[in-house]
Design a binder for this molecule. Structure first.
Ligand SMILES: [Zn+2]
Length: 217
């Protein structure tokens, strides 16, 4: 099994009654406080990987793509091959932040190549840039999985993304119809806490409530 697939939460785990025994899976978090019975991919910025890290992602976030992005990329390059670095990211594109968008694209493309070189999946931050992300995916045809995190888009968008072979992960805020669409079609979901301040158990609880009250069939 590839690394990221371990974080796919089955519908049984979400809807079942075994709340006290299941292992909670958090595909993307900025919180590295250990939580019991939780497996998480903790995000680190370039140069911040620690010797006691277990499973981390390292990436240059689009908000932080500055003049020195190539220096940051070199830091990442030396960390990306470490065994504890399981994922490249979070990285991506964001049209609602200050960083120069053209430079964001350069930095993202460089990280896509790095992920392919080191054979690791990606966690992607995407704000109003889905067309660009899908175009780069189509052009590069990556071997590695791309997980678009914090997905809040509508079902039409999630259908397009999944048709391209990409994955999405849901956090504190999401479109309930998109959540139900993925749950029905994949029978599993990627869930995350990101930096929302809730625990992954609370995210599971929200998702359980939404799926139970919806029409899952
Ligand atoms: Zn994040």
């Amino acid at each position: 099994m590839d690394f990221i697939s371990q974080f796919a939460v089955s519908l049984d785990a979400i809807l079942g009654e075994e709340k006290d025994t299941i292992l909670y899976l958090d595909s993307h978090t900025h919180d590295d406080v250990f939580q019991e019975r939780t497996m998480a991919v903790v995000n680190r910025y370039p140069g911040d990987v620690r010797t006691d890290d277990k499973w981390v992602s390292v990436g240059l976030h689009p908000w932080h793509v500055n003049d020195d992005w190539q220096v940051q990329l070199e830091k990442m390059r030396s960390e990306a091959s470490l065994p504890c670095v399981c994922v490249v990211g979070e990285c991506g594109l964001d049209k609602c932040c200050e960083s120069n968008f053209r430079r964001q694209i350069e930095a993202f493309r460089a990280q896509v190549l790095l992920a392919e070189e080191c054979g690791k999946p990606m966690i992607i931050h995407c704000v109003k840039s889905f067309q660009e992300i899908m175009a780069i995916h189509k052009e590069v045809r990556p071997q590695q999985k791309w997980l678009i995190h914090g997905f809040r888009g509508k079902p039409e968008l999630v259908k397009q993304i999944m048709a391209k072979g990409m994955l999405v992960s849901f956090g504190h805020h999401y479109n309930v119809n998109s959540l139900a669409y993925v749950a029905l079609n994949c029978r599993s979901l990627y869930l995350e806490t990101d930096d929302c301040g809730l625990s992954i158990r609370q995210i599971y609880e929200n998702v359980r409530r939404h799926l139970s009250s919806g029409s899952l069939g």
